[in-house]
Design a protein around this ligand. Structure first.
Ligand code: FES
Ligand SMILES: [Fe+2]
Length: 445
């Protein structure tokens, strides 16, 4: 492990110049710093609320490298408990999900209620003849847990801003998939999980901004998806669209036209999205959002939403060079059953563990990680400089900072700006000041 000091981190990531060292993806000390300063403080996407609908329902997940039990309370609220016994550290729950009335450790039998209060210790009056203050040994729990339009988030940091402030302008964009349909979204099935041998930021960065790669990386999947006899002249993906970036590090690229939905979700689902439900969507979320056909967004640090596909994912940073991807499929609750089924099936065919697009992306992500193993491959910096400068005036249709085309790396620079600010700031006020400075006149392009 190298001795990584904050000054060193700053020298590895210069987003004013758009220069990034490979060491940010390979250095163990940076990874440890991320666990502490990013995953120990940021609002992290935990799961869709539909994963834990009833009191006592739990979902076993990670926040950074910490195991966390997300559990529905009797009053309908949600708590997120560290999956670690306060007696001697045993994992409290090993199942992926289920329903519990109490959480009992398999080592010596200490038992907590679902709110994380220690309720019983075996032979308490014998093993603690002097008495024992059980109230001091509740489960460690996330300081704030909140839900936005059916997605559950949590932070360990009591001083973190509220979830809605943390999301900022990203919330407006998030409503596009989450609030577009009358009756809301429902969870289709459970969670799918797989491992990619790549640092978490390589994956998060693609979803924050990379609208350019599909024509190259996914050309095989796109060609394979063209129906027999279809007009191949329509294969070019649109340059039109927007890219959104925010002080909080969230970002997205979006398209409002092009063949991507025909080629991935199929005619019936596209028909439901852009014809059947369009007028109601305009009334609900406005034309700008109803017009979004395909888009992907990263909610800093590791929450991902694929618009159009109704696909949610979290990128778990299990080690410096390996990530676990966990995904969920949503569908409009009011859609006809055959549309829901097709949506889930076609979305999985594109972005499931063995999905046509997913395997192509995974090959690139793990390929990047492999090139940085060597002494020379980790020495030379990467260019993060693609332009289409952020619109200086307000965009009439889209809030926040947006480009006028889909192709840019401005949201990647926003992502790494925030990454560096979180690693090097002592508190949220410092982070906010740094973001304000880069958003001041002439800053952050
Ligand atoms: S380690 Fe859990 S009760 Fe002892
Ligand atoms: Fe991709």
């Amino acid at each position: 492990m190298s001795d990584m000091r904050f000054g060193d981190v700053r020298s590895l990531c210069d987003m004013n110049e758009g220069v990034l060292s490979p060491l940010v993806f390979t250095d163990e000390a940076i990874y440890q710093l991320e666990l502490d300063r990013i995953f120990g403080r940021a609002w992290v996407l935990l799961c869709p609320a539909g994963q834990i609908p009833a009191p006592g329902d739990f979902f076993n997940t990670y926040v950074g490298a910490d195991r966390v039990i997300v559990v529905r309370q009797k009053d309908g609220s949600v708590k997120a408990l560290l999956n670690q016994c306060r007696h001697r550290g045993n994992e409290l729950i090993r199942q992926d999900s289920g329903n519990v009335k109490a959480i009992t450790c398999t080592y010596h039998g200490w038992s907590w209620d679902t709110a994380g209060s220690l309720r019983s210790v075996p032979y308490e009056d014998i093993v603690f003849p002097e008495g024992f203050d059980k109230s001091a040994w509740g489960c460690v729990q996330m300081a704030q847990v909140d839900t936005y339009k059916g997605l559950v988030f949590g932070t360990w940091d009591p001083s973190a801003p509220t979830l809605i402030d943390y999301l900022g302008d990203a919330a407006w964009y998030l409503d596009t998939p989450l609030d577009r349909f009358e009756g809301g979204m429902e969870l289709m099935g459970g969670v799918n999980k797989w491992i990619v041998k790549a640092n978490w930021k390589i994956i998060a960065e693609q979803f924050v901004n990379d609208m350019l790669h599909p024509e190259m990386t996914h050309i095989s999947a796109l060609i394979a998806s063209v129906p027999p006899g279809a007009d191949m002249s329509n294969m070019q993906l649109p340059v039109t669209g927007r890219q959104f970036t925010s002080p909080q590090g969230h970002g997205m690229g979006l398209w409002t036209d092009g063949p991507i939905l025909d080629l991935t979700l199929g005619e019936r689902v596209k028909h439901y999205l852009v014809d059947d439900s369009y007028a109601a969507a305009v009334a609900r979320v406005g034309k700008a959002r109803a017009d979004v056909q395909a888009a992907h967004m990263t909610l800093f640090p590791t929450g991902v939403v694929l618009f159009g596909f109704n696909h949610i994912r979290v990128i778990h940073p299990v080690s410096v060079d390996e990530s676990e991807i966990w995904t969920w499929q949503l569908s409009p609750a009011a859609a006809p059953p055959e549309v829901k089924q097709l949506w889930a099936k076609n979305s999985q065919r594109a972005f499931g563990a063995g999905g046509l697009f997913e395997t192509e992306d995974s090959a690139v992500w793990s390929g990047i990680q492999r090139t940085m193993k060597g002494a020379i491959g980790r020495r030379h910096p990467f260019a993060v400089q693609m332009g289409d400068r952020v619109n200086r005036g307000p965009d009439p249709d889209y809030p926040g900072r947006v480009t006028q085309r889909a192709y840019s790396e401005v949201a990647a620079r926003g992502f790494y700006h925030r990454w560096l600010e979180m690693l090097t700031s002592e508190n949220w006020r410092e982070m906010d000041r740094a973001a304000q400075a880069r958003y001041a006149e002439g800053g952050h392009q």
